[in-house]
Ligand binder design. Structure first.
Ligand SMILES: NC(=O)C1=CN([C@@H]2O[C@H](COP(=O)(O)OP(=O)(O)OC[C@H]3O[C@@H](n4cnc5c(N)ncnc54)[C@H](OP(=O)(O)O)[C@@H]3O)[C@@H](O)[C@H]2O)C=CC1
Ligand SMILES: O=C1O[C@H](COP(=O)(O)O)[C@@H](O)[C@H](O)[C@H]1O
Length: 521
């Protein structure tokens, strides 16, 4: 039976029935993202009744306690309420918990027996989805024990979903991949980059390839520069232990930022098959101009760490004063860079990328700045001409706007910038599917487009490793910035060297602009 409730007017096709093994079921990710995602999928009929979720971790839990954890997580974090008691109870019946230490292969054999019971109880056709919400050093041991414990001997499919970070650098990522490859083939591995599950990131290819007026201009003849911002207001929160070893380069640039860049820069695929799309993305990543030397990194990359500051009137401590962060830490909380995609389409076009914690607003945005019209007789030396912009707003606001020049009403021929906006989040509110819903659903359907393939991951590591290498030098500069500011001033200078500046995010501070649909804020 499917739940076709009134909440879902979208496609509602249930994924094939499977046992979902949730390793790390007592952890933060499961609580904040995975349980709510499973509930939303169930509510929308995307999980039918032939499924079971086995929560796995070392801590003891009864099935009832585990279901209570799931319930509380849904109440706190899910976009749907668990207020339909009958629906909640039917959903909860599918959840069981088994205490298991990853290193105990006998426990995996027990898990095999439990699996057969669940198959029989829910009519599951032998499909297995192993979701590793665990620290990456456990990915290899889990895979070996799944094999040695007999969990992969099944008549259905087996898929492995793994969380980031996928390694610490290219070398460690290769080792990890070698371990996984001893057990699973590439088609069975679904590497999560949750940015690829975001609606507006997926919209990039639709926007580019289904509109006649973007793709002909999508090249160095017409585009002056591309700006990608992933700004966060949060600091390191309780994750200092992880973050202080990782830093913004490994946490955000290697994965989310470069994935978004590859979707902007890629060539049109000949078909919309996952491998065709991923082939084009990896080609774009391969075309990134590698940094030639430490000086080249210093010229083009800005590494920053936040100091004390204030945001919305609240005093904020410096990064080095945060819990679990080393007092003398040189870990970067901000990375900005000028990078080039050295191919025929993009030669000479700078891509400016930046990400940071404790910036003034939470926003992810891509700005495509077009070149100005030819300096012809009509508009020679006109300082009121503004470059055309295409802005893709990824989150928290979702939508697209374009900025064009128009005649100022009532004037002779004064020019007024005008923004035309498609505000997706204004239309459907904040109730768009969470990235994790989409990704779990896709993995269960065998749809791998929005997961990263090994060659993409390896290419991205090779690119960022060169920056990390330069930063090991004592002489490499770590710029300070005040919490609540837009990051190191050096990043503005860097754009200034090319005659550009960062466009205000969310269309803020652009007083002179008329918005003609939706709301800019
Ligand atoms: N939290 C987040 O927002 C995000 C997390 N991630 C990634 O997801 C993964 C999980 O993160 P998160 O949930 O935050 O981590 P937590 O530390 O909160 O959870 C880790 C989980 O692993 C279990 N675990 C640890 N050791 C073992 C073991 N030997 N055997 C069995 N289970 C074990 C823990 O349970 P127990 O102690 O009971 O054994 C716990 O359930 C990480 O790779 C992280 O980088 C990625 C993006 C965002
Ligand atoms: O992967 C990560 O992403 C979050 C930001 O994700 P968003 O969906 O809220 O934009 C970031 O805070 C975290 O450090 C990083 O590990």
């Amino acid at each position: 039976m499917r739940h076709m409730t009134d909440v879902s007017k979208q496609e509602s096709i249930a994924a094939a029935g499977a046992v979902y093994y949730l390793f790390g079921a007592t952890g933060d990710l499961a609580r904040r993202k995975l349980f709510p995602a499973l509930f939303s999928l169930y509510k929308e009929g995307k999980l039918a009744e032939d499924f079971a979720v086995v929560g796995l971790a070392r801590r003891p839990r009864t099935n009832e306690e585990f279901r209570q954890d799931v319930y509380e997580s849904i109440v706190e974090f899910c976009r749907y309420k668990a207020d339909d008691q009958q629906l909640w109870e039917k959903f909860a019946e599918h959840f069981v918990y088994m205490p298991l230490d990853i290193n105990n292969v006998d426990g995996f054999r027990e898990l095999g027996k439990l699996t057969l019971e669940l198959d029989a109880k829910f009519g599951i056709p032998g499909n297995r989805l192993f979701y590793l919400a665990l620290a990456p050093n456990l990915f290899g041991p889990v895979s070996f024990n799944l094999r040695d414990g007999g969990l992969l001997e099944t008549k259905g499919w087996s898929r492995l979903v793994i969380e980031k970070p996928f390694g610490y650098d290219l070398e460690s990522a290769k080792k990890l991949n070698d371990q996984l490859s001893q057990v699973f083939n590439e088609e069975q591995i679904y590497r999560i980059d949750h940015y690829l599950g975001k609606e507006m990131v997926q919209n990039i290819q639709v926007l580019r390839f289904s509109n006649a007026f973007f793709e002909p201009l999508w090249n160095n003849k017409h585009i002056a520069n591309v700006q990608i911002t992933l700004a966060e207001t949060v600091g390191v929160e309780e994750r200092g232990g992880y973050y202080d070893k990782s830093g913004a380069l490994r946490d955000m640039v290697q994965n989310h930022l470069l994935q978004m860049l590859s979707m902007i820069a890629m060539e049109p695929p000949s078909r919309l098959h996952p491998e065709d799309i991923r082939d084009e993305k990896v080609k774009a990543l391969r075309s990134l101009r590698p940094f030639a030397s430490d000086e080249d990194v210093a010229r083009n990359v800005v590494r920053g760490q936040y100091g004390a500051g204030a945001l919305k009137g609240k005093e904020l401590p410096a990064y080095r004063q945060e819990d679990s962060v080393a007092l003398e830490s040189k870990t970067e909380t901000y990375v900005g860079a000028r990078v080039f995609v050295d191919n025929f389409r993009w030669a000479g076009v700078p891509f400016y990328i930046r990400t940071g914690k404790r910036l003034p607003v939470k926003t992810t945005e891509v700005v495509i700045e077009f070149k100005n019209v030819p300096d012809n007789v009509l508009f020679a030396n006109r300082h009121d001409l503004s470059p055309n912009l295409l802005v893709i707003r990824v989150n928290p606001m979702e939508g697209i706007y374009i900025k064009i020049n128009a005649k100022k009403p009532g004037s002779d021929n004064a020019i007024q910038p005008v923004v035309m906006e498609f505000c997706q989040s204004c239309l459907i509110g904040i109730n768009t599917p969470e990235a994790y819903e989409r990704l779990i659903y896709d993995a269960a359907r065998g749809e791998s487009t929005y997961f990263t393939r090994w060659d993409e991951v390896a290419q991205a590591w090779a690119f960022v490793d060169r920056m990390a290498q330069a930063w090991k030098e004592e002489t490499s500069e770590l710029h300070g910035y005040a919490a609540g500011s837009w990051g190191p001033a050096r990043m503005d200078e860097l754009l200034g060297e090319d005659g550009f500046f960062w466009w205000p995010v969310n269309g803020q501070d652009e007083d002179n602009v008329i918005w003609i649909s939706g709301s800019p804020k």
